[in-house]
Structure formats: structure tokens, C-alpha cells
Design a protein around this ligand. Structure first.
Ligand SMILES: [Fe+2]
Length: 252
């Protein structure tokens, strides 16, 4: 676990982007505002990301303080939550949202393409790219719910009974996690492509209501994906790996 704290250090040189978000989940909104990718590029040094956006350390700390003032106590607890509670939270909130949003966005994109596709040819590419994201995400969430999250549950049970976990066909938990992380990158890149195709969700002047709603939905979908991936990549996965390592070392 990284013990460095953004609040307690002015030496940014050792901090990664993800450290800031792990310490304070509300920093997600700040990074989104600054255009810094905290999700797929969370391992990047903070200093480098700030420099690229021409943001001084002081300015960043000032903005972060504003965020800190608006933190709710609940959001800080993700790092302390029981791992099974965290997986349930992800399934009940993020997975449920994705499952509900996909058919709605798909239907709206079909409608927009049908009505405006001739004039705005990029809509067809947005539709195709989102269809890929939808397919990948449905299979990805199924793998998490049926394979990875049950392995995490098994590890917490082993901890409860002070037993050495048996390794299954997956070897160590790092293997399925690596696969899930690769799929996160793929979904994140596809949503980034949609953002670029739509020029950052800039609506044409003659956009109808469905067009407007669809852009809002896609924007919301990407933001939810970022939070979802952050909870897994930066909190759930490292804690599960640490738990497995501890159980293997303690029960040699
Ligand atoms: Fe995931």
C-alpha cells in the first residue's frame, strides 16, 4: 500500500495519478475537469500529468482542497470496505447501471443514425463503436460476476478460516485480474474514440432531442465507466492480490 499522502506531502515526484484518487474518490471529478485520465493511465506520475496540462502544483492543491471540503464520509470508505461488500457494491451499482444503459443508448443511437446519419456520417461509427463496447462489457461483467468475484469471495473465506487457498486453474488471482484490466483499457479507449468522433459531445445546431439525450447518456456512460474501473483497478484488485499473497505467505 502506498503510504504517501497528497495532503501530507508537497513532494509530488513520487505520487502517481491513481494515488490521489485512491486517497480521495472525489478527485475523480477534478481530474475529469482538468482532462487528466486517472483510469487507464492511473499509473502515470502525477507531476508528468500536471505538467502536460500546464497546471502548477499550487493550483492543483488549491483545487484539491476545494474537493476535500465537499467530500462525504461515505466516499472515503471504499478503501476500507470489506472486499465482498465492495464487489456487491460494484455489481449493484455499476454493473446494474451498465446493463440498463446499454439497450437504451443502443436504441437511441439507432434512432439518431436513422434520422441524421446521412448528414452526419460519424454517427454510424459512433453506433458501431458503442455496439463493440456493449458486447465487450456484457461479457466482461459476466466474467467478473461468475469467475473473478467468486475467487475474491473464496479468498476472504480462506482468510476467515485461516486456511491456505488452493490455486485453481487460473494460477494466481493476478492472471484473471490482468485480463480484466486489459478489457478495461479496451472499453475506455473505445469510449475515448466516441468522445473524439463527436468532438467532445458537441451537438450540431439542428440536433433533435434524441440526439441531445444520446450525447448526455454516452457522456454519463463514460463517466460511470471511469468510476467503475477506478474502484476495480485501484482499490479492489490491489487489495485482492495483497490478500492472496498474505494468505500464501502466512500458511506456508
Ligand atoms: Fe471490470
Amino acid at each position: 500500500m502506498n503510504t504517501l499522502s497528497v495532503k501530507s506531502t508537497n513532494d509530488f515526484s513520487q505520487l502517481k495519478v491513481k494515488d490521489v484518487v485512491t486517497e480521495n474518490f472525489h478527485a475523480v471529478e477534478l481530474f475529469e475537469k482538468l482532462g487528466i485520465d486517472f483510469c487507464c493511465n492511473g499509473n502515470r506520475p502525477l507531476q508528468e500529468a500536471l505538467k502536460e496540462k500546464q497546471i502548477s502544483n499550487n493550483k492543483f492543491l488549491e483545487e484539491l482542497n476545494k474537493v476535500n471540503q465537499s467530500i462525504s464520509s461515505e466516499s472515503q470508505r471504499y478503501s476500507e470496505w470489506d472486499l465482498n461488500f465492495l464487489t456487491q457494491y460494484i455489481v449493484n451499482n455499476h454493473h446494474a447501471y451498465v446493463k440498463k444503459a446499454i439497450p437504451e443508448i443502443t436504441a437511441h443511437l439507432m434512432k439518431v443514425n436513422h434520422a441524421h446519419g446521412k448528414k452526419y456520417s460519424y454517427i454510424a461509427e459512433v453506433q458501431n463503436t458503442f455496439a463493440l463496447v456493449a458486447e465487450e462489457m456484457m461479457s466482461h461483467m459476466m466474467k467478473e460476476e461468475r469467475i473473478l468475484f467468486p475467487i475474491i469471495k473464496y479468498l476472504t473465506e480462506s482468510q476467515r478460516f485461516n486456511e491456505k487457498p488452493k490455486t485453481g486453474g487460473y494460477g494466481t488471482i493476478k492472471n484473471p485480474i490482468r485480463q480484466m484490466e486489459a478489457e478495461h483499457v479496451s472499453a475506455g479507449s473505445a469510449m475515448e474514440k466516441i468522445r473524439a468522433l463527436t468532438n467532445n459531445y458537441t451537438l450540431p445546431a439542428d440536433a433533435c432531442t434524441t440526439f441531445q439525450v444520446t450525447y448526455k447518456e454516452l457522456d454519463e456512460f463514460e463517466k460511470d465507466l471511469h468510476k467503475h474501473v477506478h474502484l476495480e483497478n485501484n482499490i479492489l484488485f490491489p487489495r485482492a492480490i495483497e490478500l492472496e499473497e498474505n494468505l500464501m505467505n502466512e500458511n506456508k
